[in-house]
Ligand binder design. Structure first.
Ligand SMILES: [Zn+2]
Length: 256
């Protein structure tokens, strides 16, 4: 009897968690109200340069992302005055658990659970509870030429982003943050193993004649296709669009 009761309670807890996460995802992609995003900066490499860069961040440092999403939402016919709001949260001093080195489904699940536990323990309280939490780890570009991967998880709506502590890299940082933010809403990557954008979903202008070179990047492909084997990283969100496939995934339109 006691054992049955214990199992029933456990199932109820699991169902409540699953329902809570499903409802959060539904709310995030309904686009009826402003979606609140908080960016929590983290000194990713412990450097003085990252420290100084984080100190220099302002409440409007992510305004380009807010404007980009507002423009793209409008272009896709989403009728909400201010689709997202990006607030600068307090600095977080404890780094998130490192992402798994080998790509297995089990290690991905384990990492996702560890990350949510870490976020629950280490996220400072903010006046407004954010719908999406983005943790941005800054690194000094002088000593980190190659950047680590970034991740955006739909479950828990958490992003872990590796960015450069440099004003010159602000545009590409904004692009990475926007890309991972879209993952938290359910958008998928649109590039292949060679990092080349997939046609047609990963192209900003899939019907352009000739197809190459393209002028813009699709956000979830992340690169501007120049030829069949070459593509460039955009300098800022001014060179980026959200294509119909990604727009459909985040609830902006019916699947094309
Ligand atoms: Zn991605």
């Amino acid at each position: 009897m006691f054992r049955k009761l214990r199992i029933a309670v456990l199932l109820l807890v699991l169902a409540t968690v699953a329902l809570g996460s499903w409802r959060a995802q539904q709310r995030a992609t309904s686009w009826e109200n402003t979606l609140h995003i908080a960016v929590f900066p983290i000194n990713g490499d412990g450097s003085a340069a990252s420290e100084a860069y984080i100190r220099g961040l302002q409440p409007d440092s992510f305004a380009d992302i807010t404007e980009f999403i507002a423009e793209e939402a409008k272009r896709h016919g989403v009728d909400v005055l201010r689709p997202i709001d990006v607030a600068l949260g307090p600095t977080v001093s404890v780094k998130p658990p490192p992402s798994p080195t080998q790509a297995s489904a089990l290690s991905a699940i384990a990492w996702s659970l560890k990350l949510r536990w870490w976020a629950w323990r280490n996220t400072p309280a903010t006046s407004l509870k954010p719908d999406v939490r983005l943790y941005v780890l800054y690194h000094d570009p002088q000593s980190n030429a190659r950047m680590l991967h970034s991740h955006g998880l739909q479950k828990g709506q958490i992003g872990v982003i590796n960015a450069f502590a440099s004003r010159a890299m602000r545009g590409s940082n904004a692009m990475v943050i926007a890309h991972e933010f879209l993952h938290t809403l359910g958008a998928t990557d649109k590039y292949g193993a060679d990092l080349q954008p997939n046609w047609p979903d990963g192209f900003a202008e899939p019907d352009a004649q000739p197809r190459y070179p393209q002028q813009m990047a699709e956000l979830m492909a992340g690169r501007i296709p120049r030829s069949e084997s070459e593509s460039d990283i955009p300098r800022s969100l001014n060179q980026v669009l959200i294509g119909p496939a990604s727009a459909a995934e985040i609830g902006w339109l019916k699947r094309p």
